[in-house]
Design a protein around this ligand. Structure first.
Ligand code: PLP
Length: 413
């Protein structure tokens, strides 16, 4: 108890964190804005925007040339790689930058597909965002591979692990699964997925886009070959990140230009990168690390993400219990005591998700609605095409904002 309190005290308070986000000063219709749209993209702290503007205004150049700003750009990208490596528990050579998770996953699937043929299989899940389905589906069309889809359990929003075991077999080349569902908040047991994939000698790709802002991501502990995430979900700009095990990044036949560098990780990157975005992604990691003490960046990140998880659990319990007490509200996904992120999706009887989101938005409560590209989830819940309303808590979400949201939903219902 004392240890937990000491640990929590080391991480800056939600109030102190909020002071770093100018967006939180915004008002809408006379109300201060509460951003519950984090699963679609979080707000950005001042330090991230400043790092990006400093890069653009003072160091902007293309890479690998012999003058100062080019060398500074090389250094800035390498610094960001080191930051992201600490964030994922990888090495900098294993960190690939790209436009976003979707583009990186299509790029990886195209590269892997060059080695595959009819008879090879890829396993995806119904719970996933389509960015982790469509790239593999494309290989079914282009390379004749077979796509197998693990079922979700609609009642709990969790994966059907018996089906998972059934779908993976000796022909499986890759298992692609999310660490957490962006639609329902369910956290999947990635170690278990890795065990199943590796027993079949298949590779594991983890979509950590929704997981990374809420839990400490550890590619070694997850035992995955690949992992993808997006900086704009963890307080950074719109940049995607791919982790790949070094030997794979060194040997996979990525589509690339002959004159471009052929060493990992650059051989997996295409064209001129978004340097300012990459700088911002590194600054987002440094922002999180700056919220706690510790002798290394990874140690500080570990303390912060552990505390984010605890704060998220408190918020999700309040949100879930508050919404569950409203007769016309139906909640989806796992209950607060199950492994989950602080993302709660629901419907209100008689009010469409879009209408609800619009009315809440007028009161400064910003929530997303629809299928969030987790289209199969919404279909399996029988909610297509209107989908769900989604309330996502982030590191700047307060209990007061959660109370405000519950009261507003109660009035709407
Ligand atoms: C779980 C999950 N996977 C993948 C994506 C796609 O990420 P990106 O927008 O970086 O392509 C998202 C975006 O919302 C997501 O939530």
């Amino acid at each position: 108890m004392v240890e937990a309190a000491r640990h929590a005290a080391q991480v800056r308070s939600t109030d102190a964190i909020r002071g770093q986000f100018p967006a939180l000063e915004r008002r809408q219709g006379g109300f201060s804005v509460a951003y519950f749209d984090g699963p679609g993209g979080t707000q950005v702290p001042r330090s991230v925007a400043e790092a990006m503007s400093d890069y653009l205004l003072h160091h902007n150049a293309n890479r690998h040339w012999a003058f100062a700003t080019s060398a500074e750009t090389d250094q800035a990208v390498e610094n960001a790689r080191a930051a992201l490596a600490d964030f994922l528990n990888a090495t900098p050579h294993e960190v690939v930058f790209g436009a976003n998770m979707t583009t990186l996953t299509f790029h990886l699937s195209r590269a892997l597909g060059r080695h595959w043929q009819a008879g090879d299989e890829v396993v995806v899940t119904e719970l996933d965002h389509h960015a982790n389905i469509a790239p593999w589906q494309a290989l079914a069309r282009e390379r004749g591979i077979t796509l197998r889809i693990v079922r979700m359990i609609p009642e709990t929003g969790q994966l059907d692990w018996n089906d998972f075991e059934r779908q993976v077999n000796g022909k499986t080349r890759l298992v692609a699964v999310a660490a957490a569902s962006n639609a329902l908040g369910a956290i999947n047991d990635i170690r278990r997925a890795a065990g199943i994939a590796h027993r079949a000698r298949a590779w594991l790709l983890v979509d950590a886009v929704h997981y990374a802002p809420h839990e400490l991501t550890d590619v070694r502990a997850m035992d995955c070959e690949f992992l993808v995430c997006s900086a704009y979900k963890f307080y950074g700009p719109h940049v995607g990140v791919l982790f790949g095990k070094l030997d794979l990044l060194q040997t996979i036949d990525f589509p690339k230009l002959a004159p471009a560098p052929d060493i990992a990780p650059e051989r997996a990157e295409t064209g001129t990168q978004n340097h300012e975005g990459i700088v911002g992604a590194g600054a987002a990691v440094d922002f999180m690390a700056s919220l706690a003490a510790g002798s290394t960046r990874r140690e500080r990140l570990s303390a912060v993400l552990e505390e984010f998880e605890k704060r998220g659990q408190r918020l999700v319990r309040k949100l879930w219990e508050g919404l569950a007490g409203i007769p016309k509200v139906k909640l989806f996904g796992p209950p607060p005591e199950a492994p989950r992120t602080p993302t709660v999706s629901f419907t209100i009887q008689g009010v469409s998700p879009e209408e609800a989101a619009r009315k809440l938005g007028e009161q400064g409560l910003f929530l997303s609605h629809g299928d969030f590209y987790a289209k199969t989830v919404v279909e399996r819940l029988g909610l297509a095409p209107q989908g769900l309303i989604r309330a996502g808590c982030a590191c700047y979400t307060t209990e007061d904002e959660v109370r405000r949201l519950i009261e507003a939903v109660r009035k709407l219902a």
